[in-house]
Ligand binder design. Structure first.
Ligand code: PFF
Length: 465
């Protein structure tokens, strides 16, 4: 077998893993669900979900990865051997690899939209378009979404960028990209937060976000918070497991998990500060549509001082965040081919990248209202029309929660508690109460919370992401 890659140190791992977690889930989805759920109380519940469900599962995934040094399929096969369930646990790894394949195929389409906006901005066309809300709407929906050639083109471009990072390996590819992009991303974000603090909407935004009003909260918000935590933290499909498998033994698993959860949550909250400041400054109606980031927000940003520049920077931010996430999705699928099928990294990334790219064309072509693929309704739900939405529904509501549930059960019940404790303390100080909390969360809190999501999806037809 070829020499397995490794991060250069803990910083490399943290930046890459935070890069995986921070993405469209934070910048687009989190502000949108927070708004739908009336702000402050939802933010608190979300933080609770991260602590009680996200953090334990994150720790469990990284632990399994560092322990086995294998891809998700190999990792569960190896650890399951001789225990209840035996090698059948490899199926959990397959679920993760398939989820990676599916999510990447449509995630890259949306990521491609940011490239289109960056191109428009560089051409100097974005400011003019955004100054006329009607024109931007028409451009985006009729001119862009419905234009199959452009959709496929930008998707392929984004896949190519993703492949070129993963192709060069863990340290020279993934870590290098994360080390360049993540600091830039934080810098742009801080700039935009400071900028939003100068707008009149900042004070009401802070009030909305940090003054909880529990009377407005629906019970479903709790489930939505858990589902959102999964997607946002890249949990339930072995992304953190795969990244953990390149970690050095002397790096602390619990500490890394805490830092990644912290960075990811901060990013979501700061994205909310930026968006709500703008929303309150202009007293906007927040539409329910998936396209607010690309239609409404630009028309507003452009009205602010230096709006054209801010707008361009904003899409660079979203594009960078998306790239470090797509890289982790491809790495999950590639690591399977490298570790299990014994392919070279180059062959694995190119083959899988091309396969996912081709599969993603179905999503890319399903966005125009007249496309036959936009009518295809794979799961019989009104809100999931089209290939794109159906795949998102499948991944976010089924694959990730089921994967997360099984990982929690595996580490909580199948592995020996003493073994888990010893592994966690390797590279970390001895744990007492914190281990008790973690183990309890893996055995009970996380499975119950995730079980409740699945129950509500199955029996109540709810849709969470
Ligand atoms: N966490 C990413 C986001 O918030 O956009 C999405 C994601 C990346 C999910 C990687 C799952 C994954 F394995």
């Amino acid at each position: 077998m070829q020499q397995r890659g490794q991060w250069s140190g803990r910083l490399g791992f943290i930046l890459a893993a935070a890069g995986s977690a921070i993405g469209l889930g934070n910048l687009w989805k989190f502000p949108y669900v927070t708004h739908q759920n009336e702000g402050g109380a939802f933010v608190l519940i979300y933080i609770g979900a991260v602590l009680l469900v996200g953090l334990p599962i994150m720790t469990a995934e990284i632990l399994v990865g560092r322990r086995t040094r294998r891809d998700p399929v190999g990792a569960f096969k190896q650890l399951g051997e001789g225990r209840l369930g035996g090698k059948a646990w490899a199926g959990l790894g397959f679920l993760g690899v398939s989820a990676g394949f599916i999510i990447l195929s449509y995630y890259s389409v949306v990521a491609g939209w940011t490239v289109h906006y960056i191109v428009l901005s560089l051409q100097g066309k974005l400011t003019a378009l955004a100054s006329d809300p009607g024109a931007l709407q028409t451009h985006f929906v009729d001119g862009f979404l419905a234009d199959g050639k452009q959709q496929v083109g930008y998707h392929v471009f984004f896949m190519a960028a993703t492949v070129s990072a993963v192709y060069f390996g863990v340290k020279e590819g993934i870590e290098r990209v994360a080390k360049i992009l993540m600091p830039l991303l934080f810098a742009i974000l801080i700039f935009l937060v400071i900028y939003s603090a100068t707008t009149p909407g900042f004070a009401p935004a802070m009030k909305f976000l940090f003054r909880p009003n529990f009377s407005e909260l629906e019970p479903s918000a709790i489930l939505e918070a858990v589902g959102q935590a999964f997607f946002s933290l890249s949990l339930g499909m072995g992304a953190m497991l795969t990244y953990g498998s390149y970690m050095r033994r002397e790096s602390s698993v619990p500490r890394s998990a805490v830092e990644i959860c912290f960075l990811d949550s901060m990013m979501g909250i700061l994205a909310c500060v930026i968006m709500f400041s703008i929303i309150f400054t202009f007293d906007l109606e927040v539409s329910q549509s998936a396209t607010i980031l690309f239609t409404t927000l630009p028309t507003v940003l452009v009205q602010l001082p230096a709006g054209g520049l801010v707008l361009g920077l904003f899409f660079v931010l979203v594009g960078f965040a998306a790239l470090t996430s797509t890289v982790s999705l491809l790495e999950v699928v590639s690591s399977y081919a490298i570790d299990e099928l014994r392919w070279s990294r180059q062959r694995a990334t190119l083959t899988m990248g091309v396969a996912i790219g081709i599969f993603g064309v179905l999503s890319a072509l399903s966005l125009g209202a007249n496309s036959a693929l936009s009518q295809l309704n794979l799961f019989g739900k009104g809100s999931t029309e089209g290939v794109f939405s159906s795949l998102d529904y499948l991944a976010a509501n089924w694959l990730l929660p089921v994967g997360g549930l099984m990982i929690a059960l595996f580490v909580g019940w199948i592995l020996n508690p003493q073994e888990v404790k010893t592994e966690l303390e390797d590279g970390h100080k001895p744990m007492q109460a914190s281990f008790g909390f973690l183990h309890f969360a893996l055995r009970f809190a996380a499975p119950i919370a995730v079980g409740a999501i699945l129950f509500s999806v199955i029996f109540l037809g709810a849709e969470y992401q």
